[in-house]
Design a protein around this ligand. Structure first.
Ligand SMILES: [Zn+2]
Length: 265
C-alpha cells in the first residue's frame, strides 16, 4: 500500500487494546493492523493548515497556519491554560464556539502517564484525552460547569503535581505504580474550600491497554523536520506515538498537517 496523506491526530476507540485510526484523505487506516509490517513515512516538505488547508511554512499549535493560530477560538490561550479561559465572563474569540466547548462540564483528572499528572478536559473527551496522553490509568478528580473553574482547580493541584507528560517515562510504563483512589483522597483536602465543592464522587479508575508490548529499548523520538524519512517494522502504538522496532518513535499529533507518503510493505 502506498498513499499520500496529511498527518492528523489518530482517532481512537477504547478497547483491549485501544484501536487507532489514521485519517487518509476520505478513508481511515486501521493502524493496529499495520503492527508487524514494515512502514515507511516520507515527509513531502509541505505542511497544510489543518483548519484552512493553506500551505504554511511552520506549524503552530499542532498543525495551524499563523493566521488561524492567531484568530481561531480553538487556538486561544484558554485551550492551553484553562484558567485563562474567560468565556464565563463573556470574553472569547468566538462566543458561539465557547458555548459549545468552554461553557460545558469539564473534568479535572489525575492520570498516570509514567508519573502522576493533573489535567483538564471536556466531559465528552473522556477517555479520548487520556488515551492521547498515553495514560495507563486515570481517575476523575473534580467536575465543574465551565472550563475556567476546572483551570483554577488545576492551578491549585499544580502546586503538588506536574501537568506535563514526560514522553520517555510514558512510553516505558505499562502499569501504574500507585493507587489512584488513594492519591485522589490524599489530594482533595488540599483544595481550598470553595473549590472542594466540585470534587467528583466517581472513584472508578479507567485502565488503558495499548497495542504495544513495551519491549523496545533506547527509544528515540524523531521529528520530520530533521529526519524526513522514517522506516521500520511498526512495533506498537501508545498515546499518539508510532513505535518502530529500531527504537524510533514518531508523535503523529505534533506532525498534524505534514504531508507524507506512507508505504506499507
Ligand atoms: Zn489556517
Amino acid at each position: 500500500m502506498i498513499t499520500e496523506l496529511n498527518l492528523s491526530k489518530m482517532r481512537t476507540e477504547y478497547g483491549l487494546p485501544v484501536r487507532y485510526f489514521l485519517s487518509a484523505n476520505d478513508a481511515e487506516i486501521f493502524m493496529n493492523d499495520l503492527i508487524g509490517s514494515r512502514v515507511t513515512i516520507e515527509y513531502q516538505h509541505v505542511i497544510n493548515c489543518i483548519s484552512c488547508g493553506d500551505v504554511t511554512r511552520r506549524s503552530y499549535m499542532n498543525g495551524h497556519c499563523y493566521k488561524c493560530y492567531t484568530t481561531l477560538p480553538e487556538c486561544d490561550e484558554g485551550v492551553f491554560n484553562p484558567e485563562k479561559d474567560m468565556a464565563h465572563l463573556g470574553i472569547s474569540r468566538d462566543m458561539e464556539w465557547s458555548k459549545q466547548y468552554s461553557l460545558i462540564d469539564h473534568y479535572v483528572y489525575l492520570a498516570f502517564t509514567g508519573d502522576l499528572k493533573v489535567g483538564v478536559t471536556r466531559y465528552n473527551q473522556i477517555p479520548t484525552r487520556w488515551i492521547d496522553q498515553g495514560a495507563v490509568a486515570a481517575i476523575k478528580f473534580a467536575k465543574t460547569p465551565y472550563r475556567n473553574l476546572a483551570g483554577q482547580i488545576e492551578v491549585e493541584m499544580k502546586k503538588h503535581l506536574s501537568d506535563k507528560t514526560n514522553w520517555k517515562m510514558m512510553l516505558a510504563m505499562s502499569k501504574p505504580n500507585l493507587d489512584l483512589v488513594e492519591r485522589k483522597k490524599y489530594f482533595l483536602p488540599m483544595l481550598p474550600e470553595d473549590l472542594r465543592l466540585y470534587a467528583s464522587y466517581d472513584d472508578s479508575v479507567t485502565e488503558i491497554v495499548y497495542p504495544y508490548d513495551y519491549k523496545l529499548a533506547n527509544i528515540k523520538a524523531v521529528s520530520l523536520d530533521t529526519c524526513d524519512k522514517i522506516s521500520g517494522v511498526l512495533a506498537g502504538i501508545k498515546g499518539q506515538y508510532l513505535l518502530f522496532d529500531n527504537g524510533i518513535a514518531l508523535n503523529v499529533r505534533s506532525h498534524s498537517g505534514y504531508k507524507v507518503k506512507l508505504t506499507v510493505d
